[in-house]
Write a protein that binds this ligand. Structure first.
Ligand code: HEM
Ligand code: HEM
Length: 230
């Protein structure tokens, strides 16, 4: 056990860069979706990037450092319920709290579904996602409906997320937002296993390249579209 009260590294650099890159991709996807036809190609590229980031995070949940791994933050429903009953009584969590862990995965899955649905839809005028022709018109319309609805759900989730982390940062003074920049929190690390001493940067780069290659290949091997894809 360590009882060190100095700031301890919690979030590895790849996870932090990933988080802020995801914010940029989501904001970019939104702005370009609203900005009109001229921006649709850019919308696709932001969407592909978001999809690659989602794939990266899924892998980083298995291969990242301690607090980035699912095993450290996906707890039993019982622990989540106990936490929900008395969130103010709970000790500050080193990484994600029991609710935050599941919420993190939910946001990633929602963004994955959003980007994946985009691959199949079209604006019925100029542009279509690369897999639009493999589904019927009615399926594409149905998925386009989801592409719009899911985004509303993502907006609500992100607002709740920002309110929650703000509350923990300024209400409970746990320094969560600062930690997503510099990676450190002042907390008692409960076991030596929880101490993060490396960033695994090379592994992260390889995984990111692999995720980007998977998305690029998906787009490259897609059937010829009826509309412009690029
Ligand atoms: C498009 C907007 C955003 C999205 C999609 C998003 C998504 C996420 C996700 C998925 C995580 C979990 C990280 C992980 O996988 O382990 C997370 C964590 C976090 N985010 Fe965001 N985020 C957004 C905006 C923000 C903003 C604006 C802030 C700061 C004001 C912020 C602060 C944080 C913090 C502090 C954590 C760590 C929470 C914890 O300690 O449990 N996020 N975010
Ligand atoms: C996380 C990533 C994405 C987000 C947040 C997102 C968001 C949105 C939003 C909000 C709209 C509605 C714009 C409006 O009508 O006001 C939209 C439309 C659209 N998106 Fe995405 N999108 C993403 C990824 C993608 C991808 C990867 C593709 C295809 C490669 C795509 C293709 C389209 C198309 C074709 C439309 C027009 C649909 C229509 O007119 O009904 N999107 N997107």
């Amino acid at each position: 056990m360590r009882s060190d009260q100095r700031p301890q590294l919690i979030w590895d650099l790849p996870l932090r860069l990933w988080h802020w890159a995801l914010v940029v991709c989501l904001a970019g996807s939104w702005i370009t979706a609203e900005a009109g036809f001229d921006w649709t190609t850019t919308h696709f590229y932001f969407g592909y990037s978001a999809l690659a980031l989602v794939l990266f995070r899924l892998a980083w949940g298995l291969l990242g450092t301690f607090h980035s791994r699912y095993a450290s933050f996906l707890t039993s429903p019982k622990r989540v319920l106990t936490y929900l009953r008395r969130p103010n009584g709970a000790k500050p969590s080193t990484g994600h709290n029991p609710l935050g862990g599941w919420a993190s995965v939910a946001i990633v899955v929602l963004i994955g579904l959003q980007a994946s649905s985009g691959l199949f839809i079209s604006d019925d005028i100029f542009y279509a996602g690369p897999y639009n022709t493999v589904v019927s018109g009615s399926t594409a319309d149905w998925l386009a409906g989801w592409h719009h609805q899911l985004f509303t759900l993502i907006q609500i989730t992100v607002v709740a997320h920002v309110l929650a982390v703000s509350w923990y940062t300024w209400g409970r003074k746990e320094g969560l937002i600062q930690a997503m920049f510099h990676g450190k929190k002042v907390l008692k690390i409960r076991s030596t296993e929880e101490t993060v001493t490396e960033h695994r940067g090379m592994r992260a780069l390889l995984l990111l390249a692999l995720a980007a290659a998977v998305v690029a290949t998906l787009v490259y091997v897609a059937p010829l579209p009826e509309y412009d894809v690029y």
